[in-house]
Design a protein. Structure first.
Length: 387
């Protein structure tokens, strides 16, 4: 467990710190207009995922009511993913106390770094969305609790239990003695993609949506994102609401690989026309955008597998190479059995992340639930050196 120190405790000076959930409503709180800062005045900012990590957070899928006959298979996928990540950095796996022994047995020991099982109630594996999203400044770190509400799917066919997952961010931050910022918006970590230099990519469909932020305009949601995450500019792409559980998270669509450089997911041959349109809309927006530093974006398209290779794996199956995860020294990415597309993805990822090893894994069980490697992981960044 982390040892507390003065730079990590009571570091929040103003802004979105500890805002109550009741503040998430039609009117943006006045405090949300200002970013959270350290006592020295440094702004806490969401870092790039390519920055060095202290550890990776993961979660053990808990409910057969969610996964049915796939539960054992998805647990094996999670264990394999945790083991591979442990070659590069420590892993902490959240698991229900009554399931912790099984999680430890299935995951085994870490390859080069430990896999620690943290006993705490949870519902599912998508810790990217319900876990804390971290922000840092020189000598300081805090976790942003984005008020997970089950992707706003209560009352729909996508609903699944989320009460325990909704409490996980606060629980984990408390146990590891990290400061908590309660965001003045409702959202998920998978809806947030940053270059680490003040630019955020997001979809309108997942955040400016009454199932998360009723009564809020796009401008109000944007102000809340900026204050909570230390963001200077938000680039909005339309996305698509109501066609998947996330309402089209950005981490399945467009990812920064470096400041000014974006990988854009392109649906493979035979893909549904609706998702082709989402890609085309996003491409037009990104081609005309500049980042927080005024740079135009360099876009590289990352083509998906041919639908024939993934037919029969379920209607929610996520076949996105964009949903990869960067760890210390490597990129962990999916492969789908389309040898041509898998090979192209490998080459493009290697070019986008020079100096990192590209590791491709089979994740069919995870992907059948509508998510991927990025959705199943959350990075805790290393604290930048104090000035």
């Amino acid at each position: 467990m982390n040892t507390p120190d003065p730079t990590r405790r009571s570091l929040l000076k103003l802004g979105a710190a500890a805002l109550p959930l009741a503040a998430v409503g039609a009117v943006l709180p006045a405090t949300a207009a200002r970013a959270a800062t350290t006592p020295s005045g440094a702004v806490l900012r969401m870092p790039a995922e390519t920055d060095r990590h202290t550890r990776t957070w993961m979660a053990w899928p808990a409910l057969r009511s969610v996964w049915d006959q796939q539960l054992s298979s998805v647990r094996r996928d999670i264990a394999n993913l945790a083991y591979e990540i442990s070659r590069y950095e420590p892993v902490v796996l959240l698991a229900r106390p009554e399931q912790a022994a099984d999680a430890r047995y299935t995951c085994g020991g870490g390859a080069y770094h430990p896999i620690e099982v943290e006993e705490s109630a949870n519902d599912d594996l998508w810790i990217r969305d319900f876990g804390p999203t971290f922000v840092v400044a020189p000598g300081a770190i805090a976790g942003v609790d984005t008020n997970f509400n089950g992707w706003g799917k209560t009352g729909t066919s996508y609903y699944q239990p989320f009460r325990n997952d909704a409490a996980a961010a606060a629980t984990l931050l408390g146990r590891y003695e990290l400061d908590r910022i309660r965001a003045p918006f409702v959202g998920e970590g998978g809806s947030l993609e940053t270059d680490g230099e003040g630019t955020l990519l997001a979809t309108v469909s997942s955040l400016v949506n009454p199932n998360r932020n009723p009564g809020k305009s796009q401008a109000q949601v944007e102000a809340a994102l900026k204050s909570s995450l230390g963001i200077d500019k938000v680039i909005w792409v339309p996305g698509l609401a109501g066609q998947d559980i996330t309402d089209c998270h950005i981490d399945c669509l467009a990812r920064f690989t470096a400041p000014g450089q974006v990988l854009l997911d392109r649906p493979g041959p035979g893909a549904d026309a609706r998702w082709v349109a989402v890609h085309e809309q996003a491409k037009r927006v990104l081609q005309g955008a500049t980042d927080a530093k005024g740079r135009r974006l360099r876009i590289t398209e990352l083509p998906g597998p041919e639908r024939a290779f993934i037919r029969g794996r379920g209607k929610e199956f996520l076949s996105s190479y964009s949903n990869h995860y960067t760890v210390n020294g490597a990129v962990i990415a999916p492969q789908f059995g389309d040898r041509s597309a898998d090979g192209t993805a490998y080459d493009l990822l290697q070019a986008a992340y020079p100096g990192r090893r590209i590791v491709q894994l089979d994740i069919d069980a995870i992907a059948s639930g509508g998510g991927g490697i990025h959705c199943a992981t959350q990075s805790e960044p290393a604290v930048p050196p104090a000035c």
